[in-house]
Design a protein around this ligand. Sequence first.
Ligand code: ZN
Length: 136
Amino acid sequence: MNNYSENLPIKSSKRLQIIDITDKINRFINNSDVTNGIAIIFSKHSTSSIIINENEKGLLNDFEKILTKIVPDKNSYEHDIIDNNADSHLRSMILGSSETIPIKNNKLDLGTWQSVFFIEFDGPRNRNIELIAIGT
Ligand code: ZN
């Protein structure tokens, strides 16, 4: 059983930004000795998320719109008294901060239309994503 981990730095440029990190994860797995196993993608922040979905421009715009409707920017949030980013935390809570994905033949075993995204909710800033590959 092999176990590899790597820190993936990400620099966001907008407050809310969807960044496709699929290629970067596949590069990490390629450099590991894991042919078959699982990959864990974990964002070490409470105002960002990791999700899997289709990288289609219209869909990603739809996603931003619906998310802003579900969690509005301003809503008399209690946490805004502390550091004015309650919307970012709440969006992150709803979407979660990690994904576990099968590794097959030394790459992510995603569906045809699936990509892995890092979602920034409180940018721009520097972020750190933990990549872990476990397997044989
Ligand atoms: Zn906060």
